[in-house]
Write a protein that binds this ligand. Structure first.
Ligand code: ZN
Length: 354
């Protein structure tokens, strides 16, 4: 019997190796999944280029003791291979996607339903071994069944789509509202798709990359701007009458934050989704006098079922964001390096059985 499998493992920044590693076995409350497709996420890329960020290197992750070298991959679909003896929610053969966020059972935020706020924050594929491998083991509460109408490729995009869906939900966006999304990476583009599905009337998108702006237009953005354009707020105010109702920051820099705040209508709402790399300067008096609402979002909560339903209904065509499907052996060169060097790449999936 084979006891090892190939996996893409993070050893240090700029050091991800595809190598043999033991096949994991599920504990009593865990589920072992045979992985189908796994997407490369911006947070994986951050671990690659300047990690560790969330990977526990200096001390173990308290909820499971994981530390050091880590198999990445938290956006994935697959089939249940085996379950621990306490697991009743899924069985061998079920097609599933995984909500990879850990819940600390002792956190007060579990009782309130705000499990994404429980500390310490952790994810499969960062604070536990993930799904750039043939098999992965996850906690039973993370597993969601996939409808038969949903493909495994779509399943691998549920997780980032949930980030976008949660951002739009938190914004309070209403039918007919106007929306600005700064940053046309996977999360920004998924946010455009969710805003469209929710009934936005105009969707503005900014980015530095021409190819990403082109993709934004292809999936339904009504207007796109080079992020370096200084007149974006003025142009948006001309087109909307008084500014956008909702601003989603999926870029996470001073320039995108300023552009968004200046483009909001008085009384509008900003949602910060991006993982800001640096502090931003914020004019609090301006926020007060214009009655702006600024909301942070940490991943998602209680939104996987809705996201799965939207995708399987065809109203959220997330598969349109897939620009490449590669093998596990190609994950560094044609995956991580391609995403660093080529802005025309948006969502790259790894077919782990290829
Ligand atoms: Zn992700």
């Amino acid at each position: 019997m084979t006891t090892t499998m190939k996996a893409a493992r993070w050893h240090a920044a700029n050091d991800i190796r595809v190598e043999e590693t033991p096949i994991p076995a599920p504990k009593d409350n865990q589920v072992k999944i045979a992985v189908k497709f796994t997407g490369i996420c911006g947070s994986d890329l951050a671990e690659y280029t300047h990690g560790p960020q969330l990977i526990p290197v200096d001390k173990p992750y308290p909820l499971n003791g994981h530390q050091g070298t880590t198999t990445l991959g938290h956006e994935f679909s697959g089939v249940v291979e085996a379950v621990g003896k306490n697991v009743t929610t899924v069985k061998k053969g079920d097609r599933v996607v995984v909500e990879p966020i850990f819940k600390n059972p002792e956190s007060p935020f579990i009782a309130t339903g705000e499990y994404n706020l429980s500390e310490p924050l952790g994810f499969v594929g960062l604070t536990a071994n993930g799904a750039f491998a043939k098999f992965v083991v996850v906690e039973d509460y993370m597993v969601h069944k996939m409808p038969d109408t949903m493909t495994f490729e779509q399943g691998a995009i549920v997780e980032p789509a949930a980030v976008a869906a949660y951002a739009i939900q938190r914004s309070g966006m209403k039918m007919g509202d106007t929306v600005l999304v700064t940053g046309a990476g996977p999360i920004g583009l998924l946010t455009v798709q969710v805003a469209l599905a929710t009934g936005a009337s105009q969707i503005f998108v900014t980015d530095l990359s021409e190819s990403r702006l082109k993709m934004a237009e292809e999936i339904g953005a009504t207007h796109t701007f080079d992020a370096r354009d200084k007149d974006i707020p003025q142009k948006i105010k001309e087109m909307t009458g008084y500014g956008v109702d909702v601003f989603i920051d999926a870029a996470g820099a001073q320039a995108s934050f300023d552009t968004g705040v200046d483009s909001l209508r008085n009384g509008g709402t900003a949602v910060l989704v991006a993982l800001f790399g640096k502090d931003v300067v914020h004019d609090a008096l301006n926020q007060t006098l214009r009655e702006l609402t600024i909301i942070g979002t940490a991943a998602y909560r209680n939104i996987f079922p809705e996201t799965i339903a939207l995708i399987s209904s065809g109203r959220l065509p997330v598969e349109n964001l897939i620009t490449s499907v590669i093998s596990l052996d190609e994950v560094v060169e044609k995956g991580f390096d391609a995403l660093v060097n080529d802005p025309s790449e948006v969502k790259i999936l790894v077919d782990v059985n290829r």
